[in-house]
Ligand binder design. Structure first.
Ligand code: THU
Length: 134
C-alpha cells in the first residue's frame, strides 16, 4: 500500500464526516500490520465535547476489531468540500496513536494531490506512555 493509495482512501472516508457544527470534514485511513485498512471520519455532537476525531474513530475501530499494531495513517481535512493543504492530528489523537504505535509509525498529511510523510516521533516528542507507569 503506497502513501498515495492510503491518502485516497482517507479522502473517500472523509465523505462520511458528520460535522454540522464546524463544517470541517476529516477522513483518516489507518494501515494495520495485517494489511487491513481501517477508515474513520470525525463525528461531532451538539454538546461539542463528545466529538470524536477521524483518527480516533479509525484507531478505535481497529482496536475493537482486534488489531493493535499499525504501520501508517493518512489524514485529509478541510472546510466543506475544500481540502486543506494540511490537517495535522490534534494532541489528543497523537496521544491515542502513541498508545499503540512506535515512534517510526508514519503519519501522511496533505491531500491526494500533494502529501508528506512524518513520523509519530516527530509529531509527538517527549511523549508520556505506558513505560512511564512502570
Ligand atoms: N478534527 C479531526 O477529526 N481530526 C483532526 O486532526 C483535527 C480536528 C475534527 C474535530 C472537529 O469535528 C473538527 O475537525 C473541527 O475541529
Amino acid at each position: 500500500m503506497t502513501h498515495g493509495e492510503l491518502m485516497a482512501i482517507a479522502a473517500e472516508a472523509r465523505k462520511a464526516s458528520y460535522s454540522p457544527y464546524s463544517g470541517f470534514k476529516v477522513g483518516a485511513a489507518l494501515l494495520g500490520k495485517s494489511g487491513k485498512v481501517y477508515t474513520g471520519c470525525n463525528v461531532e455532537n451538539a454538546a461539542y465535547t463528545p466529538t470524536n476525531c477521524a483518527e480516533r474513530t479509525a484507531i478505535f475501530k481497529a482496536v475493537s476489531e482486534g488489531e493493535r499494531e499499525f504501520i501508517a495513517i493518512a489524514i485529509v481535512g478541510g472546510k466543506g468540500e475544500e481540502t486543506a493543504e494540511f490537517c495535522a492530528p490534534c494532541g489528543v489523537c497523537r496521544q491515542v496513536l502513541a498508545e499503540f504505535c512506535d515512534g517510526d509509525f508514519v503519519v501522511v498529511l496533505g491531500n491526494p494531490e500533494r502529501y508528506e510523510a512524518f513520523t509519530l516521533a516527530k509529531l509527538l516528542p517527549f511523549s508520556f506512555g505506558k513505560a512511564d507507569l512502570n
